[in-house]
Design a protein around this ligand. Structure first.
Ligand SMILES: Nc1ncnc2c1ncn2[C@@H]1O[C@H](COP(=O)(O)OP(=O)(O)OP(=O)(O)O)[C@@H](O)[C@H]1O
Ligand SMILES: Cc1ncc(COP(=O)(O)O)c(N)n1
Length: 277
């Protein structure tokens, strides 16, 4: 009999196109050697062109999935993604307040195409209920602006933004600078820069920026990779560093699918090993 791998739970929405959400999370977990499990909060009809429809699940369905997994199998890390409504944010925050496992909160609010994945009325619940239970929160720059009012246009401002997010109570925050270039008025360059801090330590994570438009699912992939590494027993800085390497490889290998933005390649390391072998 083989020993069971570490168990990681994603609480997120389904992306029918397979690039983001639950599908990205489970593929990332497989690639990083942990057993992935899911609590589905919402179902989206989605492809490379955008989100054509979204339906949230009833609160009882979310609670029941969570209890089924946690009461029998147990979890060594949890990741949250699309939570859709204030009611679901509050429910998930309440469930997670009872776990000892590290929790990675990706405060997903808008898809890469600009489709809303979180009701505006849910932002307060994210600030006051969800962020306080996070071991690591991973907002992108647009989510930072929504949560704190701080518009980051330079690396220096990332530090201010991190401080403002930490006020809501996560132990660590990872400010993702993936959107720091490409938008008018924002600096950036040939690097994808993220800032990890707990208010005491500061870790700047820098990787080559890949000029690849097929980046659907980067945020989900990064947050799930962090959860996978935490479940294996790594510290937060170690887990985020390893996760950043994984997402950088996945962005480099992102491929075209459909007529719009294709996904990152969750299986890039397998494919590379197969080609090399
Ligand atoms: N073109 C790129 N090349 C390399 N790394 C990138 C690129 N774009 C984003 N990243 C990295 O991917 C990770 C996710 O960042 P990003 O800011 O894209 O998150 P996100 O907006 O939440 O993603 P998503 O919109 O897919 O959920 C970060 O580590 C970021 O630096
Ligand atoms: C179900 C779900 N969860 C998260 C995202 C964010 O990913 P992206 O910003 O790459 O569209 C998404 N599009 N769909």
């Amino acid at each position: 009999m083989t020993e069971a791998p570490p168990r990681v739970l994603t609480v997120a929405g389904s992306d029918s196109g397979g690039g983001a959400g639950i599908q990205a999370d489970l593929k990332t977990m497989l690639a990083l050697g942990v057993h992935g499990m899911s609590v589905i909060t919402a179902v989206t009809a989605q492809n490379s062109l955008g989100v054509q429809g979204a339906w949230e699940l009833p609160v009882e369905a979310v609670r029941a999935q969570y209890r089924s997994v946690v009461d029998d199998i147990g979890v060594q890390a949890v990741k949250t993604g699309m939570l859709a409504t204030a009611e679901l944010v509050e429910t998930v925050a309440e469930l997670l307040s009872g776990t000892n496992a590290p929790v990675v909160v990706d405060p997903v609010s808008v898809s890469k195409h600009g489709d809303a994945l979180l009701a505006a009325s849910a932002l307060d619940a994210v600030r006051t209920a969800l962020l306080p239970v996070a071991t690591v929160a991973t907002p992108n720059l647009d989510e930072v602006a929504q949560l704190t009012g701080i518009r980051v246009r330079s690396e220096d401002r990332m530090r201010d933004a991190a401080g403002a997010v930490l006020e809501y109570g996560p132990k660590w925050v990872l400010i993702k600078g993936g959107h720091l270039t490409g938008d008018p008025g924002r600096e950036g360059g040939d690097q994808a820069v993220d800032l990890l801090t707990d208010g005491i330590e500061e870790h700047w994570l820098r990787a080559p920026r890949h000029d690849n438009r097929h980046t659907h699912g980067t945020g989900c992939t990064l947050a799930s990779a962090i959860a996978a590494q935490l479940a294996k027993g790594q510290s937060v800085p170690q887990a985020v560093t390893a996760a950043k390497d994984y997402v950088t490889g996945a962005v480099a290998a992102g491929f075209a699918l459909g007529g719009g933005i294709g996904p990152v390649d969750h299986g890039w390391a397998f494919r590379k090993a197969r080609t090399a072998g």
